[in-house]
Design a protein around this ligand. Structure first.
Ligand code: AMP
Length: 186
């Protein structure tokens, strides 16, 4: 059996695979579709290993990668595997079966709640928060607060894509380094 190739693509080559879809899911939003990166074997492997390289610059130990549903799960799990860490999903209401830590956070209109299993993190563990994309930073900030409430040590935020003009990185608690592979202005 021969498993697929592992050509290393650059961050610029990965960026070229992102498809910008105007006015999705609503007027005025430029949606960044990263699924072509997930679909390409070389790109998927390269994304995980470049993210891993960025994280390795800022910490020498990661115990857990925490990621938000749903697109955050894809590279989050690959990254955890590459870092020799565990993976923890955060989810929307009603999806996790055991005792959860919950946090309400603001959306453009109204609020939403994120949940994670309370026993998923032990105090003092080194934790990376990952998502496919940071826009306003609300999702990652809420995730980070839950990690802190459970006693986790935030060692990095890691994003595949950052929408820099929205300055989401400024919303993130803890002062941990904020890493991203691909940047778009808007
Ligand atoms: P935020 O909480 O504003 O940082 O939004 C982050 C979440 O919303 C991520 O999980 C993204 O997958 C999704 N998201 C927000 N804006 C975009 C966009 N322009 N293109 C693709 N996904 C987006």
């Amino acid at each position: 059996v021969s498993y697929g190739g592992s050509k290393l693509l650059t961050a610029d080559q990965l960026k070229a695979l992102v498809v910008e879809v105007p006015d999705f899911p609503k007027q005025g939003i430029s949606f960044k579709d990263v699924t072509p990166i997930f679909a390409d074997p070389d790109a998927l492997g390269s994304a995980a290993s470049l993210l891993r390289g960025q994280i390795a610059q800022v910490t020498d130990r990661v115990d857990m990668v925490v990621a938000a549903e749903a697109r955050g799960f894809i590279l989050g799990a690959a990254l955890a595997r590459d870092l020799g860490a565990g993976f923890i999903p955060t989810r929307k209401r009603g999806k996790l079966p055991r005792e959860t830590q919950d946090i309400e956070y603001a959306l453009e209109y109204g609020t939403d709640t994120l949940h994670m299993h309370r026993d998923a993190i032990s105090p003092g563990q080194n934790v990376v928060v990952h998502d496919d994309l940071i826009a306003t930073g609300g999702t990652a900030a809420a995730t980070a607060r839950m990690v802190e409430e459970l006693g986790g040590e935030l060692v990095a935020y890691s994003f595949l894509v950052e929408l820099t003009a929205l300055r989401g990185r400024e919303q993130l608690p803890s002062g941990a380094p904020v890493l991203s592979l691909i940047q778009f202005d808007g």
